[in-house]
Design a binder for this molecule. Sequence first.
Ligand code: FAD
Length: 562
Amino acid sequence: PLRRADAVRTGDVKHMKWWGWGVEGVGFHHEDKPDFAPFVLKAVGLDLLAGKRTERPDFSELKVPASRAPETFVKLLSGIVGDGNAVVDDMSRVVHTYGKSLRDLVRIRAGEFARTPDVVVYPADEAEVQMVVEAAVEADAVIIPFGGGSNIAGSLEPHADESRVVVSLDLGRLSRVLEIDAESGLARIQAGALGPDLEAQLNRDGWTMGHFPDSFTHSSLGGWVATRSSGMQSDKYGDIADIVKGLRVVRAGGVLVIRAVPSASTGPSVREMVVGSEGRLGVITEVTVQVHRCPERRDIYAYFFKNLDHGLAAMQEIAESDVSPSVTRISDAHETGFSLATSKESKGIQKMAQAGLMAYLKKRGWNLDEMCLSFIGFEGGEAHAKRQKSLADRIVRKHHGIGVGKGPGALYDQKKFDTPYIRDFLLDRGAAGDVSETAGPWSKLRGIHAAVYDAAGRAYEKIGRKGWTMSHMSHSYHSGACLYFTFAFVFGDDPLGEYDTVKRAIQQAFVDAGGTISHHHGVGLEHAPWLEEDISTQGVAVMSGLFGAADPGGNFNPRKIV
Ligand code: FAD
């Protein structure tokens, strides 16, 4: 095993900026996208050209509650992880308080901290994690594992009335690929590795894990496992629940070890219990994942469908057919409008080609306001990718779709990790933009889509704001798919009250219409109120029993999920 000398230094652990997504100096701009400002004005009534900005506080103005960790306890932790690796400064504690949900961002910008962690520790290896856990449980402290801090389900914040000392255990120094079993296509990786570091280490030897959530740049392997994450190419590589084969989880008293085997009938599966446990069953220190040879070709093609019905029918038929795409995604008409509005101004031949395409579609009787943009991706060897594309094209044609080449797909692929910056851009201008996602069987997807639009519409009316809803389908399965909704409105006098009204209406619509409360963001505090409706009273009882028995003192991230 790697020892402290091999580990990354605490100073090199990367964190996102305290008030928003990503790194300082990077943000969303609309000046080069001429259709964006008119689009936003029409959608939510926000006039970007008026240039009005809401002030973000300076960090020094925030009133950060003092650490409640006794000096002796911090000294004890420092003795384990080394000087400088157990810290209590305000910035470290603030950065480790929340994830990046809209609720988190609104509160942090307002300097609202009901409770922060009292001390942040950066262990260098599994042995140090074990010693920190033993010391914390012995002192009856709370331990909250921290990966990238990107979750949007309220999975990190200490409970407001937590009277015990709260330790944020940052896995950032455990970021190495430890071993690749090339014969089996398995890689042992430390849980704190962030997406880009992990892929760069695998790519060096020609491997990829194939897990690319939109938050890839700032989320960690341990966090993906702990929230049951899903990446864009899940149609080929699977969700994290499929990718994880082995685990090491530090608990009080020892390490829970799941050896990497392709499948097992030792049920109920403890591996499955850890996947999605949000820190409640212990600290994941190492994950063995399945890895694939980097594909020769990786192409994403764009298609237009006349409307969502046609597009969904094509996606369903592809999922049921022999075609094996890496990505299937279709935006509804609203999201298609948004995507077109966020495109940079096209010029010359490109502009003429676009105008020509739209004229052609109109001539074919398409209502351009109902048109839906779709992406279908293929990965693998040259011949495989070609064959898959021709099979998919046949299905697309059957549903009257039109291929528009690789250009838009390549652009989407490059830009997808920048999209999260739009939320900060909107917040800077007093507007909310957030997401809720679900999964449901094919037979219920259209019903869920309609129910959410209806519920969100009523919620906007209730709060008296002009709201915007848009959606796409992604992550296809044999029996159904994920539906992902984005909603936006300009805040009135009670930002979080208004947000709650809309968010709750959408979550309720999910369960009422036959979907789950979350396909890939987890439960945390945010989605917990609907868990019983999702998995039944008995289901919640089993889950509570598991957490109660595994962690009788309630030391590991208490009160998340249930
Ligand atoms: P954190 O936020 O640090 O922690 C999340 C939870 O996991 C907490 O409960 C924490 O205690 C626990 N945890 C973290 N590490 C460990 C560990 N080593 N051991 C035990 N418990 C641990 N999610 C997707 O799945 N797909 C997407 O496409 C996607 N896109 C997103 C886009 C944006 C803009 C944002 C803000 C979020 C997105 N997310 C997405 C959600 C988020 O990125 C995921 O939930 C991610 O898996 C969280 O990983 P993290 O390392 O940031 O975890």
